[in-house]
Ligand binder design. Sequence first.
Ligand code: SF4
Ligand code: SF4
Length: 333
Amino acid sequence: MLFQSKQKLNTSCRYVNGGLIFTADNKITICDKSSDILSNELIIYDKFNGINFDAAELKAKLEELKYNYSNRFDKKECLNCYNFENIKSKEQIPLNFIELNHWKSCFLNCKYCNYAKTDDLSTVSHYDVTPIIQDMLDKNLINKQTKIIIGCGDALLHPEFDKLMYFFINNDMKDIDIYTPLQRYCHSIAEAIDKKIARLFVSFDSACPYIYQSVKGYNKFDIAVSNLKRYLEFNDKSSKRIILTYKLVKGVNDNKKEILDWFMMSRGLGIKKLFVDIEQNWYDELINSSDENLNQLIIFIKELSLLNNYDIEFSLKLNKLFKQIEKDTNVCI
Ligand code: SF4
Ligand code: SF4
């Protein structure tokens, strides 16, 4: 028998330990690092179309995959993954998180986007995830504390989005993170912010319409700002529930002026927290090399945060790079 339920799992990744990802290419997986060999072994369902879902069956497959992963002697495929951490696993049912990335529509075309997106909502075929979440709740695969991560594409564009959000609100889910470029206003989000159960990560990557268009393919900066201001009306003034994000894109927005403008714009709008990340392709390049301009930018952002006593969070990827800079240069911030 491959799986013995009583055996303690010992894995080394917050994904393998933590939750499930519903992907845009119709998979349910515990690792979506598509370039990684191992990720193919961690797919629970391929060609998933939303029907005939059985949470009990999923739970059994999940346990078996985690058990197989924990017994691999050679996890070297994971070593360059920023999610790899030397942590011991705990029993993770109910799951820590569910990441919903199965949305297939977006009005933008970001340089760093790997998803196959369309802006034609009428041609999109996707499944309604609400009954699946209901089944997982009923079978105790998730509970009210499970973090729900609503990823890009722009989930807000989908007709069933409001229904799903009200499902979360009515079921008293406590922790919802929504990643969006904010091309639509949804009252369900305003209500979730008002109830303090959701955080909104708004992707700007810039502070001016020109750079916005260079990163995101279209000039829809003003729409995003105007929707953002409507959500801010529901946000407690000191709250960090609305977070602006900036993904560093090589040769496009990787300069101090744009970052400083973005910081000033955010502060002017009353935003209390920022999040900075780096595009995956650039990060992959840096595994075998280093980039002095980027190092200076990372230090600049750290100083911006410290000198202004402002909460600027780094992604796991940037934190990993920052640790490397500290090690190589003895910079201590
Ligand atoms: S460490 Fe990275 S590549 Fe390995 S299983 Fe976790 S997310 Fe996937
Ligand atoms: S907003 Fe999200 S889904 Fe849309 S193009 Fe950008 S990264 Fe892709």
